[in-house]
Design a protein around this ligand. Structure first.
Ligand code: FES
Length: 174
């Protein structure tokens, strides 16, 4: 397992004043930079775990950009999510190398084990499932990420065991 920086781990309350002031700092820092909207959205998603409507409105006001522009950027990039995510975000690479080396089968096994479709979150809010296009580790396909952990040469037959390791990690925290 290796590490890949992807920001958020779980969804946070968008009303938290401490988190909102971190967002305001990011807006302040990037508001006059050309192309500053995307880094602010990335930071916001890193802070809240997703991009709730209130946060998008605050960014639109703070960056002095029309809401439609902010929402358009969010809709364009699959990395951004306007829905709360589970504690663990699973992203399955379906880029060419991963697809031909079993990525689709890995995805099907995850859907089966978790009982959810792509874009959904399990009822216990532990796992969310998404697909992605190439993590740049094609030689080790198929690849999936779970939060910042990168799992390479993933086998369909190991999915249950892999999920169990995250479930027991969570159980250990209680
Ligand atoms: S195609 Fe999956 S890592 Fe490149």
């Amino acid at each position: 397992m290796s590490q890949l920086c992807q920001g958020s781990t779980s969804s946070q309350e968008p009303e938290d004043p401490a988190l909102l002031s971190r967002l305001d700092e990011a807006i302040e820092e990037h508001r006059s930079q050309p192309g500053g909207l995307i880094p602010v959205l990335q930071i916001a998603q890193g802070i809240f775990g997703y991009l709730p409507l209130e946060v998008l409105k605050r960014i639109s006001l703070g960056m002095d950009k029309p809401f439609t522009e902010v929402a358009g950027v969010v809709g364009f990039y699959s990395f951004f999510s306007t829905q709360p995510r589970g504690r663990y975000l699973i992203r399955v690479c379906l880029g060419t190398a991963c697809y031909v080396r079993g990525g689709k089968r890995v995805l099907e096994a995850l859907k089966r084990e978790l009982g959810i479709e792509v874009g959904e979150t399990t009822e216990d809010k532990l796992f969310s499932l998404e697909v992605a296009r190439c993590f740049g580790a094609c030689g080790l396909a198929p690849v999936i990420t779970i939060n910042d952990d990168v799992h390479q040469r993933v086998k369909e037959s190991r999915i249950r065991e892999l999920l169990a390791s995250y479930r027991s990690r969570e159980a250990g925290k209680e």
